[in-house]
Design a protein around this ligand. Structure first.
Ligand SMILES: [Fe+2]
Length: 451
């Protein structure tokens, strides 16, 4: 899809690979970086070709139902036990996990933040993660955290994996490369990626500084929402998701592996790159998706559906229809509804809504919610259009109108979201956000027919 997908990449050992992607979501992929590296017709031959080690990475319980069961077979230079040694606990002070309820930070309310700006401090994928909210409990694998990342430095001989979560990454500026065990994903604004739980990777800055949003999913994996009567097409289509082809490094160098495990960070030292998977097959893999391929569906006569109509991905919670997390996209679209208040209506919601602006202007808040900024409307806290948006939309001449230059998203969870100390005290919180509703008038005076 992108030009850069085809460009050869020079790896740290001087070799080159051509990054590429395979289309599909949750497909049973197979890929090999060297011919004949992938066993055919079986998973675990007595001896693997090239002297590789066979190893299974299980993303779901062995006994998960077939349609949800995910695992990948890796054929690698060394087994993963060689990419692990004695761990030492380390401090990553800005990356928080639920439960993280701070006594003197209030989470009840409507909140909005300006973009968190970069500083002179060099930051990588781990040190540059700034947790904004947490929900649920990482130890029981329910809930999520939302983060902003500020990345200026590449990881070189440093690698990371999260045993706690899969990460949904939403870039807002800059370009990043995720060099993973299963291949390479290059990522830029208007795209998203999912890095599965347990997958080792390194993040490089292709174009910096890089800033974006992350949804850390402690629970069941993201999947595509059922379309119901919409049918077999539209919204996010499976073919527009891309998983990387196999790419490996055979590099001896003093390296570190950092692991996020039960909300804590640990580090160990190894003597080589752990990105040594020469071939793999399976359905547990990182994936990227171009948000510009999302085909929005909406009302074509009057009213509009609930915002769930714009769900890109959903992570189930175990309660049918009640997501641990929904990832919802508000992008360019036509508004054609007759005699209708077209922006999102005023509402209170049992779900907790964290939004971020990727670019452009959001229709319910023409000012103040700017690219790189975030907002939070927590469980059962009322919100909706500001006065200008209400008056504008109530008095507009309702011709077909294109909402252009707009891309915002929502991480919506069934669990209340708690602000971190960073979100409440350090990040650029807009103290006057709540005032955007203060001058909404009372129009009612008992006169029938008054509008
Ligand atoms: Fe809302």
């Amino acid at each position: 899809m992108n030009e850069m997908d085809r460009k050869p990449m020079v790896q740290a050992d001087g070799g080159t690979v051509t990054p590429g992607y395979m289309p599909g979501f949750g497909n049973d992929f197979e890929t090999e970086a060297l011919p004949g590296a992938l066993p055919q017709g079986m998973n675990s031959p007595q001896k693997c070709n090239y002297g590789l080690y066979g190893e299974q990475l299980s993303g779901t319980a062995f006994t998960a139902p077939s349609h949800q069961n995910e695992r990948t077979w890796c054929y690698r230079i060394r087994p993963s036990v060689k990419h692990s040694s004695r761990y030492t606990k380390i401090d990553v002070p800005y990356w928080k996990s639920a439960p993280n309820v701070i006594e003197d930070v209030q989470s009840l309310g409507q909140y909005r933040w300006d973009p968190v700006e970069h500083t002179d401090q060099p930051l990588n994928w781990i040190t540059g993660m700034r947790t904004m909210t947490t929900a649920g409990d990482v130890n029981t694998q329910v809930g999520m955290a939302s983060h902003i990342y500020l990345v200026t430095e590449s990881m070189t001989d440093d690698y990371f994996f999260s045993a706690d979560s899969e990460l949904l990454i939403v870039p807002q500026e800059g370009r990043l490369r995720f060099a993973t065990e299963l291949g390479i994903i290059d990522l830029e604004p208007k795209e998203i990626a999912i890095i599965p739980r347990g997958l080792l990777y390194r993040v490089e800055v292709l174009e910096g500084p890089a800033r974006g949003f992350v949804c850390e999913n402690y629970g069941q994996k993201f999947e595509l929402p059922g379309r119901g009567p919409i049918g077999a097409n539209c919204m996010a289509n499976r073919r527009d998701f891309k998983s990387p082809v196999a790419a490996f490094e055979d590099r001896e160098a003093a390296s570190t592996v950092t692991v996020k495990w039960c909300g804590q960070f640990h580090r160990c030292e190894i003597g080589h790159s752990p990105l040594d998977v020469v071939a793999w097959h399976g359905n547990y893999a990182p994936v990227k998706y171009d948000l510009r391929t999302y085909c929005p569906v909406g009302s074509i006569l009057f009213d509009h559906p609930d915002p769930s109509i714009f769900t890109v991905l959903t992570a189930p919670s175990g309660v049918p229809g009640t997501a641990n997390i929904d990832f919802v996209l508000f992008r360019e679209r036509w508004m054609v509804m007759e005699d209708t208040f077209r922006p999102p209506w005023y509402h209170k919601n049992i779900m907790s809504e964290l939004m971020g602006n990727i670019y452009g202007q959001y229709d319910a808040k023409p000012q103040g919610f700017i690219p790189g900024g975030m907002s939070l409307h927590n469980m059962m806290i009322p919100h909706g259009p500001d006065k200008n948006a209400f008056e504008g939309a109530s008095n507009a001449d309702l011709k077909p109108e294109k909402l252009d230059n707009t891309m915002s998203f929502m991480f919506e969870t069934r669990f209340p979201q708690h602000l971190t100390e960073f979100a409440g005290k350090e990040a650029p919180l807009q103290d006057d956000y709540i005032d955007c509703w203060s001058d909404i008038d009372k129009k009612f005076d008992g006169t029938p027919g008054k509008k």
